[in-house]
Design a protein around this ligand. Structure first.
Ligand code: SF4
Ligand code: SF4
Length: 176
């Protein structure tokens, strides 16, 4: 089956650390939508090392129960990035990419909603064109389709809460 693959390319050299992406992401995912702003709840976080002129937006990926064992350094254009800079994972001892209230892991859902947005909110908010949204069609296995369903369900739960989604399924089951 065909699937639309959505990606956001990061042109890190253009980032000035304004954190507008964090602000809009947290507001868009607030419950109700736009009811609050808290960058600590954002699914994109800007890694900052001011003295090295490093501003690097990183998207929240999967939660992993395994602790990090990596100790790598990256030197790019003379700037030294520490081992965690590019990491998208939330894991037990890492505070990043976890909801500060519930402690639950946060994951970028590409702002999936119905009807879909023309582009994710962080891309729209970044006036420096650091975040570049791209779509492409790809042939995928059924397993990937399953992932897509899960991401869609997670977005619905984020938006409406777990109980409302369960109630909607119960209603649909009764009608069929
Ligand atoms: S909105 Fe753009 S320039 Fe500002 S911190 Fe985010 S990625 Fe960087
Ligand atoms: S794509 Fe949406 S969910 Fe992901 S970081 Fe950007 S605003 Fe947040």
């Amino acid at each position: 089956m065909k699937k639309t693959i959505k990606t956001i390319k990061v042109d890190a050299d253009k980032c000035n650390g304004c954190r507008a992406c964090e602000v809009i992401c947290s507001a868009y995912h607030a419950e109700p939508r736009y009811s609050s702003v808290n960058p600590a709840k954002s699914r994109i976080q800007v890694i900052t090392h001011r003295l090295q002129d490093i501003w690097l937006p990183v998207f929240a990926g999967e939660y992993t129960p395994a602790e990090c064992m990596g100790r790598d350094k990256y030197i790019i254009d003379g700037k030294e990035y520490d081992e965690c800079s590019f990491c998208r994972a939330a894991f037990p001892s890492r505070g990043m990419f976890k909801d500060p209230d519930s402690g639950l892991p946060l994951k970028c859902d590409m702002c999936e909603t119905d009807p879909p947005l023309s582009q994710p909110k962080c891309v729209e908010a970044c006036l420096n064109n650091v975040l570049i949204y791209q779509e492409r069609e790809e042939e995928v296995e059924e397993e990937v389709a399953q992932d897509e369903i899960q991401t869609g369900l997670e977005a619905l739960v984020d938006k409406h809460g777990f109980q409302k989604v369960i109630d909607a399924f119960a209603l649909m089951a009764n009608r069929s």
